[in-house]
Design a protein around this ligand. Structure first.
Ligand code: SAH
Ligand code: SF4
Length: 454
């Protein structure tokens, strides 16, 4: 859903949205935002109650409703024709090819010029960021671009390299917010770029550092695409061709579905970046209606973060489950994947010691995924400041893996990458003083968490 909002003072402000199916808290500084009825959340206690003492609550019932409380992308306006703008210029990387072609033609140039521009933006090892890099283009056309088009949506802020070669890139956005992109060199000539889709995240998964930030805003399609372009431009010579893109950075991609589908279309365009659709993976915490839409509209790969085998545990560690529970999520996948040809979903399962890593969990997981064409990744939990969970031991992860494999599941152990630079899954972002609320730990898991805080 694209939002057109008038530029009132509240719109220029950043505001943070935390997701619990029962509660969204807006910091008191945003008291001008109209609030609706207050629900006391049965399973919620606030991490730092004083931070929220003046906060007003806005009750929400579904992530879809959350869309309407998102702050729009400040850097990006829309021309009447729907073309994304940065100030008075069009944002080139926010357009699909046919949109670029139409825009180029509307300025009196031939489609062939659009194709040449597209190839310089995304192909031929150029990844142009400046007008001067558009070698071979008609002079008048370049003049028009200099006047009316913006090449860049991101500014490089910093780059950190972890001991295993993983690189974390920090970008500053036009409004001063910072996002993180991770490049993970793998064996066999495969390098993956992990892109962010939002600044922060509203889903409030209890084990995730990004979730602690709450949601600041959606990224535009240009800001998403440019992370991959930047990675190729900056690092192809160093780490080899970047072959895979995973939407596993900051944010819940399907909470920003419009821009994510658009960005994915641009990434797979055969005249441009030309990533294989099967190598562009969108990962979701399980927003069911958006997931159905994604499976219908996109050919890219889907990953679903399962992370629990009972609603009791998933309601706690992934509050989105209170809206779209395990049964609904998995039945939807069962039905929707029948309609796709030769398509497997990737289930991600972060192993949390004493919470979701028992032998019973392994057996339940086998039953849950019955009839769903899938692969399963067992991910070791990456600890972060303030995390209440502990990683499952390697020995136990192997045991868990073996139970699944013996039952015929396709299952992999995914070791942590880049965690000494906080570049691993669930370690991205920078929560401020006001953080998303931690939910009450169900009594039977309290002992499992004791002493886990770091
Ligand atoms: N929001 C999307 C994609 C970003 S999170 C999603 O949740 O799927 C990418 C992956 O990181 C998810 O599978 C998530 O379960 C996992 N993750 C989050 N926090 C983690 C942590 N602390 N350690 C290991 N994996 C984590
Ligand atoms: Fe958001 Fe994914 Fe982190 Fe959950 S795991 S808070 S959905 S980024």
């Amino acid at each position: 859903m694209e939002m057109k909002l008038s530029r009132g003072p509240w719109m220029r402000r950043q505001f943070t949205t935390f997701f619990s199916p029962f509660l969204t808290i807006h910091p008191s500084s945003f008291s001008s935002i109209p609030s609706t009825s207050i629900h006391s959340p049965p399973l919620t206690h606030s991490l730092s109650p004083h931070s929220f003492s003046n906060a007003r609550s806005l009750s929400i019932s579904a992530p879809a409703t959350l869309q309407s409380s998102l702050s729009p992308t400040p850097s990006e306006g829309k021309e009447d024709s729907g073309i994304p703008m940065k100030g008075s210029k069009v944002l080139l990387k926010g357009m699909r090819y046919h949109e670029l072609e139409k825009w180029v033609q509307s300025h009196g140039y031939r489609p062939a010029q659009a194709l040449m521009l597209w190839k310089r933006l995304y192909g031929n090892n150029i990844w142009a960021q400046y007008n001067e890099e558009l070698e071979g283009l008609n002079k008048d056309f370049k003049g028009m671009l200099a006047e009316r088009a913006e090449f860049k949506a991101l500014d490089l802020k910093d780059m950190l390299t972890a001991s295993d070669g993983t690189k974390k890139i920090l970008f500053t956005l036009e409004d001063g917010l910072v996002i993180e992109t991770v490049i993970i060199p793998c064996r066999r000539g495969r390098t993956t770029v992990c892109v962010s889709s939002q600044v922060g995240c509203a889903m409030n998964c209890q084990f995730c550092y990004t979730g602690r930030m709450g949601l600041k805003r959606n990224l535009s399609a240009a800001e998403i695409v440019e992370q991959a372009v930047f990675a190729r431009r900056l690092l192809s010579h160093e780490v080899g061709t970047i072959t895979n893109v995973v939407f596993m950075g900051m944010g819940e991609p399907l909470h920003n579905i419009e821009n994510v589908i658009k960005a994915a279309d641009i990434l797979v365009d055969e005249h441009g970046l030309h990533f294989s659709p099967r190598k562009v993976t969108i990962s979701t915490s399980g927003l069911v209606p958006q997931m159905k839409r994604f499976l219908k509209e996109s050919n890219c790969a889907l990953a679903v973060s399962l992370n629990a085998t009972t609603d009791e545990v998933r309601n706690w560690v992934m509050p989105i489950n209170r809206k779209y529970n395990l049964g609904l999520l998995l039945n939807t996948l069962r039905e929707e994947l029948c309609l796709k040809h030769n398509y497997k979903v990737l289930f991600e399962y972060v192993m949390l010691a004493g919470v979701n890593d028992s032998i019973e969990d392994a057996k339940r997981l086998i039953d849950l995924v019955q009839g769903i064409p899938c692969k399963i990744n067992l991910i070791s939990f990456n600890p972060h400041c303030g995390s209440q969970f502990r990683p499952t031991s390697e020995e136990k992860m192997i045991q868990f893996r073996n139970i699944l494999a013996e039952a015929g599941c396709v299952v992999f152990l995914r070791p942590s990458r880049g965690d000494d630079q906080m570049a691993a899954c669930g370690q991205l972002g920078k929560p401020g003083e006001i953080q998303a609320p931690l939910l009450k730990v169900p009594a039977k898991f309290q002992t499992a968490l004791e002493g886990a805080s770091v």
